[in-house]
Design a protein around this ligand. Structure first.
Ligand code: ZN
Length: 475
Protein backbone atom coordinates (compact mmCIF):
# COMPACT_ATOMS: atom_id res chain seq x y z
CA UNK A 1 0.00 0.00 0.00
CA UNK A 2 1.32 3.45 -0.93
CA UNK A 3 2.01 5.62 2.06
CA UNK A 4 1.26 9.30 2.07
CA UNK A 5 4.55 11.04 1.71
CA UNK A 6 5.05 14.75 1.15
CA UNK A 7 8.60 14.35 -0.08
CA UNK A 8 7.37 12.46 -3.14
CA UNK A 9 7.60 14.33 -6.40
CA UNK A 10 4.63 16.12 -7.92
CA UNK A 11 4.39 15.58 -11.69
CA UNK A 12 5.79 18.36 -13.87
CA UNK A 13 3.10 21.04 -14.21
CA UNK A 14 4.32 22.05 -17.67
CA UNK A 15 4.62 18.54 -19.08
CA UNK A 16 1.71 16.71 -17.49
CA UNK A 17 -0.91 19.06 -16.08
CA UNK A 18 -3.57 16.37 -15.44
CA UNK A 19 -1.13 14.26 -13.42
CA UNK A 20 0.10 17.36 -11.60
CA UNK A 21 -3.52 18.03 -10.59
CA UNK A 22 -4.08 14.48 -9.37
CA UNK A 23 -0.82 14.52 -7.41
CA UNK A 24 -1.62 17.85 -5.77
CA UNK A 25 -5.15 16.99 -4.65
CA UNK A 26 -3.99 13.67 -3.19
CA UNK A 27 -0.73 14.72 -1.58
CA UNK A 28 -2.13 17.82 0.06
CA UNK A 29 -4.93 15.66 1.49
CA UNK A 30 -7.70 17.76 -0.02
CA UNK A 31 -9.53 14.73 -1.26
CA UNK A 32 -9.46 10.97 -1.68
CA UNK A 33 -11.39 8.59 -3.87
CA UNK A 34 -14.53 7.06 -2.33
CA UNK A 35 -15.23 3.32 -2.45
CA UNK A 36 -17.93 3.79 -5.12
CA UNK A 37 -16.38 4.70 -8.45
CA UNK A 38 -16.79 8.38 -9.25
CA UNK A 39 -17.29 9.49 -5.66
CA UNK A 40 -14.88 11.57 -3.60
CA UNK A 41 -14.16 12.00 0.07
CA UNK A 42 -13.51 15.64 0.82
CA UNK A 43 -10.91 15.47 3.58
CA UNK A 44 -10.65 18.04 6.39
CA UNK A 45 -8.16 20.29 4.54
CA UNK A 46 -10.38 20.39 1.45
CA UNK A 47 -13.54 20.76 3.50
CA UNK A 48 -12.05 23.71 5.39
CA UNK A 49 -11.65 25.51 2.06
CA UNK A 50 -15.27 24.70 1.23
CA UNK A 51 -16.40 26.06 4.60
CA UNK A 52 -14.59 29.34 3.91
CA UNK A 53 -16.19 29.49 0.45
CA UNK A 54 -19.59 28.84 2.02
CA UNK A 55 -19.10 31.49 4.68
CA UNK A 56 -18.21 34.18 2.14
CA UNK A 57 -20.98 33.27 -0.30
CA UNK A 58 -23.64 32.81 2.36
CA UNK A 59 -22.95 36.31 3.66
CA UNK A 60 -23.42 37.69 0.13
CA UNK A 61 -26.65 35.74 -0.45
CA UNK A 62 -28.14 37.10 2.76
CA UNK A 63 -27.01 40.63 1.96
CA UNK A 64 -28.97 40.35 -1.29
CA UNK A 65 -32.15 39.25 0.47
CA UNK A 66 -32.04 35.45 0.32
CA UNK A 67 -32.84 32.91 3.03
CA UNK A 68 -31.61 29.35 3.44
CA UNK A 69 -33.82 26.27 3.56
CA UNK A 70 -33.45 22.56 2.99
CA UNK A 71 -35.39 20.48 0.47
CA UNK A 72 -35.51 16.65 0.20
CA UNK A 73 -32.84 14.60 -1.56
CA UNK A 74 -35.48 12.38 -3.21
CA UNK A 75 -37.71 13.73 -5.96
CA UNK A 76 -40.55 11.80 -7.64
CA UNK A 77 -39.45 10.84 -11.16
CA UNK A 78 -42.71 12.17 -12.56
CA UNK A 79 -41.62 15.72 -11.62
CA UNK A 80 -38.84 15.57 -14.18
CA UNK A 81 -41.16 14.80 -17.06
CA UNK A 82 -43.16 17.97 -16.45
CA UNK A 83 -40.61 20.19 -18.15
CA UNK A 84 -39.67 18.65 -21.50
CA UNK A 85 -36.19 20.14 -22.00
CA UNK A 86 -35.30 19.60 -18.37
CA UNK A 87 -36.00 15.86 -18.45
CA UNK A 88 -34.16 15.45 -21.74
CA UNK A 89 -31.10 17.25 -20.40
CA UNK A 90 -30.88 15.41 -17.11
CA UNK A 91 -32.19 11.92 -17.96
CA UNK A 92 -28.75 10.44 -18.80
CA UNK A 93 -27.27 11.56 -15.45
CA UNK A 94 -30.04 10.82 -12.98
CA UNK A 95 -29.60 8.09 -10.37
CA UNK A 96 -32.92 6.49 -9.47
CA UNK A 97 -34.08 4.70 -6.33
CA UNK A 98 -36.41 1.86 -7.24
CA UNK A 99 -36.36 -0.22 -4.08
CA UNK A 100 -36.63 0.67 -0.41
CA UNK A 101 -37.70 -1.10 2.73
CA UNK A 102 -37.34 -4.41 0.92
CA UNK A 103 -40.01 -3.55 -1.66
CA UNK A 104 -40.21 -2.10 -5.10
CA UNK A 105 -41.47 1.48 -4.93
CA UNK A 106 -44.73 2.35 -6.67
CA UNK A 107 -43.00 5.40 -8.16
CA UNK A 108 -39.25 5.53 -8.74
CA UNK A 109 -37.48 8.38 -6.95
CA UNK A 110 -34.70 10.49 -8.41
CA UNK A 111 -31.74 11.43 -6.28
CA UNK A 112 -31.69 15.16 -6.99
CA UNK A 113 -29.36 16.21 -9.79
CA UNK A 114 -30.72 19.76 -9.23
CA UNK A 115 -33.90 20.93 -7.50
CA UNK A 116 -35.91 23.20 -9.81
CA UNK A 117 -38.71 20.62 -9.88
CA UNK A 118 -39.14 20.16 -6.15
CA UNK A 119 -38.82 23.90 -5.49
CA UNK A 120 -41.41 24.44 -8.24
CA UNK A 121 -43.74 21.95 -6.61
CA UNK A 122 -43.50 23.64 -3.23
CA UNK A 123 -43.63 27.18 -4.58
CA UNK A 124 -46.91 26.35 -6.30
CA UNK A 125 -48.32 25.56 -2.84
CA UNK A 126 -46.80 28.52 -1.03
CA UNK A 127 -47.48 31.22 -3.57
CA UNK A 128 -50.92 32.80 -3.63
CA UNK A 129 -50.78 36.55 -3.85
CA UNK A 130 -48.45 39.18 -5.31
CA UNK A 131 -47.80 40.02 -1.65
CA UNK A 132 -45.91 36.71 -1.29
CA UNK A 133 -43.39 37.77 -3.94
CA UNK A 134 -40.53 37.66 -4.41
CA UNK A 135 -39.62 34.29 -2.89
CA UNK A 136 -35.85 34.04 -2.60
CA UNK A 137 -34.52 30.78 -1.15
CA UNK A 138 -31.10 29.18 -1.30
CA UNK A 139 -30.11 25.71 -0.19
CA UNK A 140 -26.69 24.23 0.58
CA UNK A 141 -26.86 20.59 -0.42
CA UNK A 142 -25.36 17.61 -2.19
CA UNK A 143 -26.49 16.55 -5.64
CA UNK A 144 -25.86 13.48 -7.76
CA UNK A 145 -25.13 13.32 -11.45
CA UNK A 146 -23.97 9.99 -12.78
CA UNK A 147 -20.78 10.67 -14.72
CA UNK A 148 -18.74 8.30 -16.85
CA UNK A 149 -15.38 9.96 -16.46
CA UNK A 150 -14.72 11.61 -13.16
CA UNK A 151 -12.03 13.78 -11.55
CA UNK A 152 -11.99 15.04 -7.96
CA UNK A 153 -13.76 18.41 -7.57
CA UNK A 154 -14.20 18.82 -11.35
CA UNK A 155 -16.60 16.03 -12.16
CA UNK A 156 -17.81 13.54 -9.57
CA UNK A 157 -21.10 11.70 -9.30
CA UNK A 158 -21.89 13.39 -6.00
CA UNK A 159 -20.82 16.92 -5.17
CA UNK A 160 -21.67 19.76 -2.82
CA UNK A 161 -23.15 23.01 -3.98
CA UNK A 162 -25.63 25.74 -3.33
CA UNK A 163 -28.68 26.31 -5.46
CA UNK A 164 -30.70 29.49 -5.30
CA UNK A 165 -34.31 29.37 -6.51
CA UNK A 166 -36.32 32.53 -6.78
CA UNK A 167 -39.80 33.50 -7.84
CA UNK A 168 -40.84 36.93 -9.13
CA UNK A 169 -43.90 38.81 -10.35
CA UNK A 170 -42.34 40.12 -13.55
CA UNK A 171 -39.89 39.17 -16.26
CA UNK A 172 -37.81 42.29 -15.50
CA UNK A 173 -37.44 41.41 -11.82
CA UNK A 174 -36.47 37.81 -12.57
CA UNK A 175 -33.92 38.90 -15.17
CA UNK A 176 -32.53 41.47 -12.75
CA UNK A 177 -32.09 38.74 -10.13
CA UNK A 178 -30.37 36.45 -12.66
CA UNK A 179 -27.84 39.13 -13.57
CA UNK A 180 -27.42 40.28 -9.97
CA UNK A 181 -26.44 36.79 -8.77
CA UNK A 182 -24.01 36.40 -11.66
CA UNK A 183 -22.47 39.64 -10.40
CA UNK A 184 -22.32 38.29 -6.85
CA UNK A 185 -20.47 35.22 -8.13
CA UNK A 186 -18.04 37.33 -10.13
CA UNK A 187 -17.25 39.62 -7.20
CA UNK A 188 -16.78 36.58 -4.94
CA UNK A 189 -14.55 34.76 -7.47
CA UNK A 190 -12.33 37.79 -7.88
CA UNK A 191 -12.16 39.07 -4.31
CA UNK A 192 -12.20 35.78 -2.40
CA UNK A 193 -10.74 33.20 -4.79
CA UNK A 194 -8.49 35.73 -6.58
CA UNK A 195 -9.72 34.26 -9.87
CA UNK A 196 -10.63 36.72 -12.64
CA UNK A 197 -13.68 35.51 -14.53
CA UNK A 198 -15.36 36.28 -17.82
CA UNK A 199 -19.11 36.46 -17.49
CA UNK A 200 -21.74 36.43 -20.18
CA UNK A 201 -24.65 34.71 -21.79
CA UNK A 202 -24.33 31.12 -22.99
CA UNK A 203 -25.44 29.87 -26.38
CA UNK A 204 -28.67 27.86 -26.76
CA UNK A 205 -26.60 24.69 -27.06
CA UNK A 206 -24.73 25.33 -23.81
CA UNK A 207 -27.61 26.66 -21.71
CA UNK A 208 -29.21 24.86 -18.76
CA UNK A 209 -31.89 22.35 -19.69
CA UNK A 210 -35.19 24.14 -19.15
CA UNK A 211 -33.83 27.69 -18.97
CA UNK A 212 -34.77 30.57 -21.23
CA UNK A 213 -31.25 31.94 -20.84
CA UNK A 214 -28.13 30.87 -18.97
CA UNK A 215 -25.32 33.16 -17.91
CA UNK A 216 -22.00 31.71 -16.88
CA UNK A 217 -18.67 32.68 -15.46
CA UNK A 218 -15.58 31.17 -16.99
CA UNK A 219 -12.13 31.04 -15.45
CA UNK A 220 -8.84 30.28 -17.17
CA UNK A 221 -6.81 27.46 -15.69
CA UNK A 222 -3.02 27.36 -15.95
CA UNK A 223 -3.17 24.99 -18.92
CA UNK A 224 -5.25 27.54 -20.83
CA UNK A 225 -8.46 25.54 -20.53
CA UNK A 226 -11.64 27.07 -19.22
CA UNK A 227 -13.57 26.03 -16.17
CA UNK A 228 -17.22 26.97 -15.83
CA UNK A 229 -17.18 28.23 -12.28
CA UNK A 230 -20.80 29.20 -11.82
CA UNK A 231 -24.08 29.70 -13.65
CA UNK A 232 -27.19 31.81 -13.25
CA UNK A 233 -30.35 30.90 -15.12
CA UNK A 234 -33.33 32.95 -16.16
CA UNK A 235 -36.10 30.34 -16.35
CA UNK A 236 -38.86 32.61 -17.59
CA UNK A 237 -42.24 30.94 -17.01
CA UNK A 238 -41.08 27.47 -18.10
CA UNK A 239 -41.06 25.94 -14.62
CA UNK A 240 -43.93 28.15 -13.43
CA UNK A 241 -46.12 26.68 -16.17
CA UNK A 242 -44.89 23.12 -15.63
CA UNK A 243 -45.53 23.31 -11.88
CA UNK A 244 -48.42 25.74 -11.83
CA UNK A 245 -46.64 28.46 -9.87
CA UNK A 246 -49.32 31.16 -9.97
CA UNK A 247 -50.34 34.21 -8.00
CA UNK A 248 -53.22 36.63 -7.85
CA UNK A 249 -51.82 39.93 -9.09
CA UNK A 250 -52.78 43.47 -8.02
CA UNK A 251 -55.16 43.72 -10.97
CA UNK A 252 -57.10 40.67 -9.77
CA UNK A 253 -55.75 38.40 -12.51
CA UNK A 254 -54.11 35.00 -11.90
CA UNK A 255 -50.60 35.02 -13.41
CA UNK A 256 -47.68 32.64 -13.73
CA UNK A 257 -44.58 33.72 -11.87
CA UNK A 258 -41.09 34.13 -13.38
CA UNK A 259 -38.33 32.07 -11.81
CA UNK A 260 -34.54 31.90 -11.64
CA UNK A 261 -31.95 29.46 -10.36
CA UNK A 262 -28.22 29.83 -9.80
CA UNK A 263 -25.46 27.67 -8.40
CA UNK A 264 -21.81 27.14 -7.64
CA UNK A 265 -20.24 23.95 -6.38
CA UNK A 266 -17.14 22.27 -4.97
CA UNK A 267 -15.82 22.68 -8.53
CA UNK A 268 -14.64 26.05 -7.26
CA UNK A 269 -11.96 24.20 -5.30
CA UNK A 270 -10.77 22.63 -8.55
CA UNK A 271 -10.70 26.12 -10.07
CA UNK A 272 -8.66 27.39 -7.16
CA UNK A 273 -6.10 24.62 -7.56
CA UNK A 274 -5.71 24.98 -11.31
CA UNK A 275 -5.79 28.79 -11.48
CA UNK A 276 -3.07 29.36 -8.89
CA UNK A 277 -1.11 26.16 -8.24
CA UNK A 278 2.55 25.78 -9.23
CA UNK A 279 5.33 23.20 -9.21
CA UNK A 280 5.52 23.27 -5.41
CA UNK A 281 1.79 22.55 -5.05
CA UNK A 282 -1.20 24.63 -3.96
CA UNK A 283 -1.26 28.40 -3.69
CA UNK A 284 -4.35 29.40 -1.72
CA UNK A 285 -5.56 33.00 -1.47
CA UNK A 286 -5.75 34.19 2.17
CA UNK A 287 -9.53 34.77 2.28
CA UNK A 288 -10.31 31.08 1.79
CA UNK A 289 -7.06 29.52 3.09
CA UNK A 290 -7.73 27.14 6.03
CA UNK A 291 -4.38 28.22 7.45
CA UNK A 292 -3.24 31.72 6.55
CA UNK A 293 0.06 31.70 8.42
CA UNK A 294 2.34 28.90 9.57
CA UNK A 295 5.00 29.58 12.15
CA UNK A 296 8.11 27.41 11.83
CA UNK A 297 10.65 27.48 14.66
CA UNK A 298 14.30 27.19 13.59
CA UNK A 299 16.60 25.57 16.18
CA UNK A 300 13.61 25.19 18.47
CA UNK A 301 15.71 24.07 21.42
CA UNK A 302 17.67 27.34 21.51
CA UNK A 303 16.63 29.78 24.20
CA UNK A 304 13.58 31.92 23.55
CA UNK A 305 12.59 30.46 20.16
CA UNK A 306 9.54 28.47 21.26
CA UNK A 307 8.44 31.22 23.65
CA UNK A 308 8.58 33.72 20.81
CA UNK A 309 6.61 31.31 18.58
CA UNK A 310 3.85 30.80 21.16
CA UNK A 311 3.66 34.53 21.76
CA UNK A 312 3.39 35.20 18.03
CA UNK A 313 0.71 32.57 17.59
CA UNK A 314 -1.38 34.04 20.38
CA UNK A 315 -1.12 37.58 19.06
CA UNK A 316 -1.95 36.55 15.49
CA UNK A 317 -4.95 34.52 16.64
CA UNK A 318 -6.18 37.55 18.60
CA UNK A 319 -5.81 39.63 15.45
CA UNK A 320 -8.16 37.21 13.67
CA UNK A 321 -5.49 35.40 11.65
CA UNK A 322 -5.84 31.63 11.08
CA UNK A 323 -2.44 30.46 12.26
CA UNK A 324 -0.69 27.13 12.88
CA UNK A 325 2.52 26.67 14.86
CA UNK A 326 4.35 23.64 13.49
CA UNK A 327 6.11 22.35 16.59
CA UNK A 328 6.61 18.79 15.30
CA UNK A 329 10.13 17.32 15.29
CA UNK A 330 10.39 17.31 11.50
CA UNK A 331 13.27 19.38 10.11
CA UNK A 332 12.60 23.00 9.14
CA UNK A 333 13.31 22.11 5.48
CA UNK A 334 10.71 19.35 5.55
CA UNK A 335 8.19 21.71 7.12
CA UNK A 336 8.89 24.35 4.48
CA UNK A 337 8.12 21.82 1.72
CA UNK A 338 4.98 20.54 3.38
CA UNK A 339 3.40 23.93 4.05
CA UNK A 340 4.42 25.26 0.66
CA UNK A 341 2.75 22.26 -0.92
CA UNK A 342 -0.36 22.96 1.11
CA UNK A 343 -0.38 26.50 -0.26
CA UNK A 344 -0.35 28.41 3.05
CA UNK A 345 -0.03 32.12 2.07
CA UNK A 346 2.59 33.15 4.63
CA UNK A 347 5.31 31.38 6.62
CA UNK A 348 7.07 32.99 9.54
CA UNK A 349 10.48 31.54 10.38
CA UNK A 350 11.58 32.22 13.94
CA UNK A 351 15.28 31.56 14.59
CA UNK A 352 17.56 32.43 17.54
CA UNK A 353 19.96 34.71 15.65
CA UNK A 354 17.19 36.71 13.97
CA UNK A 355 15.36 36.98 17.29
CA UNK A 356 18.45 38.53 18.88
CA UNK A 357 18.39 41.13 16.14
CA UNK A 358 14.64 41.66 16.74
CA UNK A 359 13.71 40.14 13.36
CA UNK A 360 11.76 37.28 11.79
CA UNK A 361 11.75 35.97 8.25
CA UNK A 362 8.45 35.94 6.34
CA UNK A 363 8.02 33.84 3.19
CA UNK A 364 5.25 34.63 0.71
CA UNK A 365 3.87 31.56 -1.02
CA UNK A 366 2.50 33.44 -4.05
CA UNK A 367 5.82 35.02 -5.04
CA UNK A 368 8.11 32.61 -3.12
CA UNK A 369 9.98 35.66 -1.76
CA UNK A 370 11.57 35.86 1.68
CA UNK A 371 12.26 39.02 3.65
CA UNK A 372 13.27 40.12 7.14
CA UNK A 373 10.73 42.04 9.23
CA UNK A 374 10.82 43.71 12.65
CA UNK A 375 9.38 41.53 15.38
CA UNK A 376 7.83 44.52 17.15
CA UNK A 377 5.46 45.30 14.26
CA UNK A 378 5.03 41.78 12.91
CA UNK A 379 1.26 41.57 13.52
CA UNK A 380 0.62 44.65 11.37
CA UNK A 381 3.08 43.32 8.80
CA UNK A 382 1.25 40.00 8.57
CA UNK A 383 -2.20 41.56 8.16
CA UNK A 384 -0.99 43.90 5.45
CA UNK A 385 0.93 41.12 3.71
CA UNK A 386 -2.19 38.94 3.68
CA UNK A 387 -4.10 41.77 2.01
CA UNK A 388 -1.25 42.22 -0.49
CA UNK A 389 -1.10 38.50 -1.31
CA UNK A 390 -4.84 38.41 -1.94
CA UNK A 391 -4.68 41.42 -4.27
CA UNK A 392 -1.48 40.38 -6.05
CA UNK A 393 -2.76 36.86 -6.72
CA UNK A 394 -5.80 38.27 -8.53
CA UNK A 395 -3.63 40.66 -10.49
CA UNK A 396 -1.15 37.93 -11.47
CA UNK A 397 -3.98 35.65 -12.58
CA UNK A 398 -5.49 38.49 -14.59
CA UNK A 399 -2.20 39.20 -16.37
CA UNK A 400 -1.73 35.47 -17.13
CA UNK A 401 -5.24 35.25 -18.55
CA UNK A 402 -5.25 38.48 -20.54
CA UNK A 403 -2.00 37.50 -22.26
CA UNK A 404 -3.79 34.41 -23.47
CA UNK A 405 -6.92 35.85 -25.00
CA UNK A 406 -6.53 36.00 -28.78
CA UNK A 407 -8.72 36.71 -31.79
CA UNK A 408 -9.34 34.47 -34.79
CA UNK A 409 -11.14 34.85 -38.11
CA UNK A 410 -11.50 31.21 -39.12
CA UNK A 411 -11.53 27.65 -37.75
CA UNK A 412 -7.77 27.22 -38.30
CA UNK A 413 -7.20 30.32 -36.22
CA UNK A 414 -9.45 29.01 -33.44
CA UNK A 415 -7.68 25.64 -33.50
CA UNK A 416 -4.23 27.22 -33.36
CA UNK A 417 -5.39 29.48 -30.54
CA UNK A 418 -6.79 26.77 -28.29
CA UNK A 419 -3.89 24.41 -29.04
CA UNK A 420 -1.61 27.17 -27.80
CA UNK A 421 -3.56 27.27 -24.53
CA UNK A 422 -5.59 30.38 -25.25
CA UNK A 423 -9.15 31.61 -25.06
CA UNK A 424 -10.13 32.63 -28.57
CA UNK A 425 -12.59 35.34 -29.50
CA UNK A 426 -14.28 34.89 -32.86
CA UNK A 427 -17.42 35.93 -34.66
CA UNK A 428 -20.48 33.69 -34.90
CA UNK A 429 -23.51 33.87 -37.14
CA UNK A 430 -25.74 32.33 -34.49
CA UNK A 431 -26.50 28.98 -36.13
CA UNK A 432 -26.15 25.62 -34.39
CA UNK A 433 -24.29 23.99 -37.31
CA UNK A 434 -21.40 26.45 -37.12
CA UNK A 435 -21.16 26.04 -33.35
CA UNK A 436 -21.05 22.25 -33.70
CA UNK A 437 -18.47 22.37 -36.46
CA UNK A 438 -16.10 24.29 -34.22
CA UNK A 439 -16.49 21.71 -31.49
CA UNK A 440 -15.83 18.83 -33.92
CA UNK A 441 -12.76 20.38 -35.46
CA UNK A 442 -11.12 22.13 -32.51
CA UNK A 443 -12.51 20.41 -29.38
CA UNK A 444 -13.32 23.92 -28.18
CA UNK A 445 -16.78 25.04 -27.16
CA UNK A 446 -18.52 28.39 -27.03
CA UNK A 447 -18.02 29.46 -23.42
CA UNK A 448 -19.87 32.78 -23.25
CA UNK A 449 -20.74 35.75 -25.45
CA UNK A 450 -17.97 38.34 -25.23
CA UNK A 451 -19.79 41.15 -23.46
CA UNK A 452 -19.77 44.48 -25.26
CA UNK A 453 -17.90 43.23 -28.33
CA UNK A 454 -19.11 42.80 -31.87
CA UNK A 455 -17.64 40.83 -34.79
CA UNK A 456 -17.80 41.24 -38.56
CA UNK A 457 -18.15 37.68 -39.84
CA UNK A 458 -18.73 34.12 -38.58
CA UNK A 459 -15.46 32.21 -38.28
CA UNK A 460 -17.09 29.14 -39.81
CA UNK A 461 -19.44 30.14 -42.61
CA UNK A 462 -18.21 33.67 -43.29
CA UNK A 463 -21.74 35.11 -43.07
CA UNK A 464 -22.47 38.22 -41.04
CA UNK A 465 -21.71 37.64 -37.36
CA UNK A 466 -24.39 38.21 -34.75
CA UNK A 467 -22.13 37.77 -31.75
CA UNK A 468 -18.52 37.69 -30.63
CA UNK A 469 -17.98 34.38 -28.83
CA UNK A 470 -15.25 33.29 -26.42
CA UNK A 471 -14.16 29.78 -27.43
CA UNK A 472 -12.01 27.51 -25.26
CA UNK A 473 -11.40 23.91 -24.44
CA UNK A 474 -13.16 23.33 -21.16
CA UNK A 475 -13.21 21.12 -18.09
ZN1 ZN B 1 -21.76 30.61 -39.25
Amino acid sequence: MAKENFVEQIADIEKDFPQWYTDVVKKTKLVDYGPVKGTMVIRPYGYAIWENIQKELDKRFKETGHENAYFPLLIPMSFFTKEAEHVEGFAPEVAVVTHAGGEELSEPLAIRPTSETVFGNMYSKWLQSYRDLPIMINQWANVMRWEKTTRPFLRTSEFLWQEGHTCHATEEEAMEETIKMLGVYKEFAENCLAIPVLTGKKTEKEKFAGAVATFGMEAMMKDGKSLQAGTSHYLGQNFAKAFDIKFLDKDGVQKHAYTTSWGVSTRLIGALIMAHGDQRGLVIPPVVAPTQVVIVPIAAKKGGVMEACYDLKEKLTKAGVRVVLDSTDNSPGWKFNEWEMKGVPLRIEVGPRDLEAGKVVIFRRDTCQKDFYDLTSVIDTVTSLLTAVQKDMLEAARVRRDERIVYANDIQGILAGVEGGNFVKAGWCGCRECEEKIKEETAATARVYAEGETAETCAVCGKKAKHMIIYARAY
